[in-house]
Design a protein around this ligand. Structure first.
Ligand SMILES: *C1O[C@H](CO)[C@@H](O)[C@H](O)[C@H]1NC(C)=O
Ligand SMILES: *[C@@H]1O[C@H](CO)[C@@H](O)[C@H](O)[C@H]1NC(C)=O
Ligand SMILES: *[C@@H]1O[C@H](CO)[C@@H](O)[C@H](O)[C@H]1NC(C)=O
Ligand SMILES: *[C@@H]1O[C@H](CO)[C@@H](O)[C@H](O)[C@H]1NC(C)=O
Ligand SMILES: *[C@@H]1O[C@H](CO)[C@@H](O)[C@H](O)[C@H]1NC(C)=O
Ligand SMILES: *[C@@H]1O[C@H](CO)[C@@H](O)[C@H](O)[C@H]1NC(C)=O
Ligand SMILES: *[C@@H]1O[C@H](CO)[C@@H](O)[C@H](O)[C@H]1NC(C)=O
Length: 583
């Protein structure tokens, strides 16, 4: 979701218009090849599912009355290292758009390049952080240089594949940063009430039917770019349930107020695989959308909206060309749709202990570290996003025996596990709404040398907020003593970054209900971060099941690897099949 835009860096949508052909607009609607359209669009993000899932997701969207598939372009998965592009597998943007085209739908491509979207670092590659003098999302020379380079490369790639509507392709809309381009092309902009001509201001949110004041000129159509089908979920939160009726009512109201384009955010949310989720965001993304995380049809949401789309499409003639007419539909119009519920059935247990091997991470001591600094280093700038984990270590000379000392550590993100002389002494973590947290312990220190090792863990990089390039994570303040007598902020610290990722037809899910916090891989494919021990206010884990796409598995000999930071019980893990039960 894009909540906020800076005035100097306006996220905009280009409508692909070429000499009266392709796509134009007027005060009523977009006009495609000379025809007015009421368009229903659904967000499906290609890296949040697998290429094997795309055809079925798109065909279920089409069957549900969706005309346009909208996606962001995710810069940091395409250019993880400066100048080295990757468009393979889940990163195959062109393959995804060609699949949309093959099924006869339109595409809306939001290039960003800053996308927010609960995606780690808002889609920006972390290496941007080390470009001298960079300030993100501003009229900043180095930032503009890299954005322009990436955006141009993407547009050229899509052009060379003939994917824009003006070339006969499916892309009717695209969003780019306004100041990269010369005026003279029509634009769309979300959440900007004073959009300058010819930019079209649009609405994002749940209740645009009620809240959107409309376009700021009679020559612009009314467009709802992000109609949120529920809300994303963070660890510690219960799922957000938005009813089908609530969505359908708002959509109808918006159309009746001359809206002509509605995008459902998300139509299929999918999975934040590997380490792609932003800070504290769970791997399951908008599971409550019309297509659930596994690509299954969620009823009654999917069916209710399908009927609504059909009804509006049937009335589109009078809606689009009539002059403010009212006509009765008769009493008791009813939408009849199916209801279903989802069932998870255990298909394989991992309860034979001889199949598990355990490797214990060696807790590094100061003497064994090679990266040294006389100060506390910022977490993200030290790991460069190559890992979630950073060890902070120091050694402390204690002159008296039986010393009981109050130990106080303040961290700005996100989790901390503390060890003294190889023994675990405590953990603490922050929350999405309050990243700062304190770990306090009374320590028994040895006379002589004591090894203090603090494991700082991030649960995704932030994706929003001012001055993203200056945001701070990791240890902030370390003191020992009742009155914080001894301050270790400017003290010799040793650092180590660790834990590199190790190398039927029903959807599958890994049930990690017996585990604590960590990360999971199947055959080297990252399922994402799990955090079952972080309970909601109702005492439930925010997420127990983790999507395992069939394409990650071999027929036999699959390897499941878990990195557990707490004390999980692996024998109770199971692979469950996910299926629907009609009600
Ligand atoms: C937008 O999405 C919200 C949340 O799912 C829904 O309640 C509302 O009816 C939708 N409105 C439109 C116009 O799509
Ligand atoms: C109604 O739906 C059909 C089939 O999807 C589509 O071709 C047509 O453009 C739609 N009409 C309008 C006015 O959007
Ligand atoms: C591109 O990404 C894929 C999938 O993650 C990976 O296997 C491959 O090694 C990457 N290619 C390059 C050239 O980095
Ligand atoms: C339709 O016309 C009526 C009567 O002129 C007016 O009050 C109303 O605001 C109009 N509605 C729209 C949606 O333009
Ligand atoms: C980030 O780390 C680099 C070294 O990789 C260093 O040159 C730079 O000063 C650091 N930036 C900040 C803000 O600490
Ligand atoms: C212990 O004594 C050494 C040497 O006198 C001193 O440098 C150090 O700060 C003392 N440690 C503590 C914890 O007081
Ligand atoms: C502290 O670490 C050093 C280097 O690893 C080790 O030789 C020493 O035994 C450790 N001391 C304690 C008390 O664990």
């Amino acid at each position: 979701m894009v909540w906020l835009l800076w005035w100097f860096a306006v996220l905009s949508t280009v409508i692909h218009a070429v000499r009266g052909e392709g796509v134009t607009y007027d005060g009523r609607s977009l006009i495609i090849n000379g025809q007015r359209k009421i368009l229903f669009s659904g967000s499906i993000h290609y890296p949040r599912s697998t290429p094997e899932m795309w055809p079925s997701l798109i065909s279920k969207a089409k069957e549900g009355g969706i005309d346009v598939i909208q996606t962001y372009v995710f810069w940091n998965i395409h250019e993880p290292h400066y100048g080295q592009y990757n468009f393979s597998g889940r990163r195959d943007l062109v393959g995804f758009i060609k699949q949309i085209q093959a099924q006869g739908l339109y595409a809306c491509v939001r290039i960003g390049p800053y996308i927010e979207s609960e995606w780690t670092y808002g889609g920006l590659p972390f290496w941007l952080h080390d470009i001298p003098g960079i300030v993100y999302r501003t009229e900043n020379k180095p930032f503009k240089f890299h954005m322009q380079r990436f955006t141009t490369d993407i547009v050229n790639m899509l052009k060379s594949e003939q994917l824009f509507a003006s070339q006969g392709g499916p892309i009717i809309l695209s969003q780019i940063w306004l100041w990269l381009f010369k005026p003279g092309v029509p634009w769309v902009m979300c959440k900007q009430h004073d959009a300058p001509d010819p930019v079209i201001n649009t609405c994002n949110g749940m209740y645009c039917g009620k809240t959107f004041a409309g376009p700021n000129s009679p020559n612009k159509p009314s467009i709802w770019t992000e109609n949120w089908t529920s809300l994303y979920q963070t660890f510690g939160e219960e799922p957000n349930m938005r009813s089908a009726e609530d969505i359908a009512f708002e959509v109808t109201l918006f159309i009746l107020k001359k809206g002509s384009y509605v995008n459902y955010y998300m139509y299929h949310g999918g999975t934040n695989f590997e380490r792609t989720a932003a800070a504290y965001v769970i791997t399951s993304y908008y599971d409550q959308a019309p297509l659930d995380e596994y690509g299954l049809i969620r009823q009654p949401k999917w069916g209710h909206l399908k009927e609504l789309h059909a009804a509006i499409n049937q009335s589109s003639e009078p809606l689009l060309s009539g002059e403010n007419i009212t006509f009765p539909l008769g009493p008791l119009q009813q939408i009849s749709t199916q209801y279903n519920t989802r069932s998870m059935k255990s298909s394989q247990k991992f309860d034979s202990l001889e199949n598990w091997e355990e490797y214990k991470e060696v807790i590094p001591n100061f003497d064994e570290t090679s990266l040294r600094a006389n100060t506390l280093l910022e977490h993200m700038n030290t790991t460069k996003d190559a890992s979630d984990y950073l060890w902070y270590t120091f050694s402390l000379q204690q002159n008296s025996s039986n010393a009981q000392s109050l130990f106080n550590v303040v961290s700005l993100g996100h989790v901390l596990h503390a060890f003294v002389n190889g023994e675990f002494v405590g953990s603490a973590h922050g929350r999405p709404e309050d990243r700062s947290f304190t770990l306090q312990n009374v320590l028994s220190l040895n006379e002589g040398t004591n090894n203090i090792s603090l494991l700082s863990v991030m649960v995704g990089l932030p994706d929003s907020g001012a001055h993203l390039e200056h945001q701070f994570a990791g240890l902030y303040k370390v003191t020992i003593g009742e009155h914080e007598d001894k301050d270790f902020n400017n003290y010799p610290w040793g650092y180590q970054t660790t834990f590199d990722a190790p190398a039927g037809n029903d959807p599958l899910a890994l049930n990690l209900g017996s585990m604590g916090k960590g990360e999971a891989w199947v055959n080297g494919q990252g399922l994402g971060r799990y955090w079952v021990s972080f309970l909601t206010s109702k005492g439930n884990p925010s997420q127990t099941w983790y999507n395992v796409p069939r394409s990650f598995l071999k027929p036999t000999g699959n390897l499941l690897v878990l990195l557990e930071e707490e004390t999980g019980y692996p024998p109770d893990i199971s692979i469950d099949t996910v299926s629907l039960i009609q009600l």
